[in-house]
Ligand binder design. Structure first.
Ligand SMILES: [Zn+2]
Length: 191
C-alpha cells in the first residue's frame, strides 16, 4: 500500500496518491509558477513549527514534504537521460537538461541519507531532515538536473550533487529555474 506523496497518509490499494491531494497540488503549483512568472513572490507556510531560521526578508515559497535526500555511493553508470526541459539555473545561465545524460535516481548506487522537507525559499533552498539540515544559496547552485522522480542539485565547491527524490520533480525544477527572483519590486509582495 503506497503512501500519498502529498499528505503522507495511505493512498489506498493500487493508488499512488489521493486524487484530491494531486488536484490541490497541481492547482497550487500552477498558481505559484504563474505568480513567479509575473514577477511576484508567492509565499507559503510550513505546517507545524517551521524549524528553518530564514534570512532577513526571506520567505518560504514551497515546501516539498516527504522528500528523500540521496547521495551517490560512487559514480559508476550513467543511466537514462533527463527530460528535455530548458530552465534557468542561475542568472544568465541556461541549461538544457535534455542535452545531458543524467543519472537515474533509481540507480542502485544511490544511498538514502535522510527524509524530510525540501523548502524552496526566496533566497535559499533548504533540506531539513531528521538528522541533517542543508542550506543551499541559489548563487551557489551551478546546475540543476531534472530526473524522472527527483532533481539533482550541483553546488559550487561540492563534487557530488544533492539528489532529492520528491513528489513533483518538474515543478521543483521549474521553481528553481525561476529563483532567485531578480528585479523584485516591493510592490510584488503586496498581496
Ligand atoms: Zn494525500
Amino acid at each position: 500500500m503506497a503512501r500519498c506523496p502529498y499528505c503522507g497518509r495511505s493512498a489506498g490499494f493500487f493508488k499512488r496518491a489521493h486524487a484530491e491531494c494531486t488536484a490541490q497540488h497541481q492547482k497550487s503549483a500552477q498558481t505559484v509558477i504563474a505568480a513567479l512568472d509575473g514577477g511576484k513572490l508567492p509565499s507559503t507556510s510550513i505546517s507545524g513549527t517551521n524549524p528553518i531560521r530564514l534570512q532577513k526578508n526571506e520567505q518560504v515559497i514551497w515546501n516539498f514534504v516527504l522528500t528523500r535526500h540521496f547521495k551517490f555511493k560512487r559514480h559508476s553508470s550513467h543511466t537514462g537521460s533527463s527530460r528535455g526541459v530548458s530552465f534557468r539555473v542561475a542568472k544568465g545561465v541556461y541549461y538544457r537538461a535534455g542535452t545531458h545524460r543524467g543519472h537515474s535516481v533509481s540507480d542502485v548506487h544511490l544511498d538514502l541519507v535522510d527524509t524530510g522537507d525540501l523548502a524552496v525559499c526566496s533566497q535559499n533552498l533548504y533540506f531539513i531532515g531528521r538528522g541533517e539540515a542543508v542550506r543551499i544559496p541559489y548563487n551557489k547552485i551551478i546546475a540543476t538536473t531534472l530526473l524522472s522522480d527527483g532533481i539533482e542539485v550541483f553546488k559550487e565547491g561540492r563534487a557530488a550533487p544533492f539528489v532529492f527524490r520528491l513528489n513533483d520533480p518538474h515543478f521543483a525544477a521549474n521553481l528553481l529555474a525561476r529563483l532567485p527572483l531578480e528585479n523584485l519590486t516591493a510592490a510584488a509582495n503586496d498581496e
